[in-house]
Design a protein. Structure first.
Length: 108
């Protein structure tokens, strides 16, 4: 798990989630959620899998949300999230309610 200023600012609590498509049930990504509250967005620097999504955080060609594509289900191509820039400057995917489900990963 990543331990940085964002995690400390949110009380130091973090959990790992598996995100699934609500339409077909396919696994979409592994994500570290910091703090309490609902899962509204997935920051690029908190995505741990699959490798093609985790690599977005180190891709130098991505500087703005327009440089990213929508977060889509790899199985049924349902749009789960749209690119955005948060107030603090980090790039993220804004998740659409009802398009995904989540499950806490045990032991991480």
């Amino acid at each position: 798990m990543k331990k940085d200023m964002y995690r400390r600012a949110r009380g130091g609590m973090a959990r790992m989630f598996d995100i699934y498509c609500a339409n077909c049930g396919a696994w979409v990504l592994k994500y570290q959620k910091d703090g309490i509250g609902h899962l509204l967005r997935c920051y690029l620097n908190r995505i741990f899998g699959p490798p093609e999504l985790a690599a977005l955080q180190s891709n130098l060609a991505i500087k703005e949300p327009k440089d990213m594509t929508n977060l889509m289900c790899p199985s049924c191509s349902t749009v789960i999230g749209t690119p955005m820039r948060h107030i603090d400057g980090r790039l993220a995917f804004r998740l659409m309610k009802g398009k995904y489900s989540k499950k806490i990963r045990k032991g991480e």
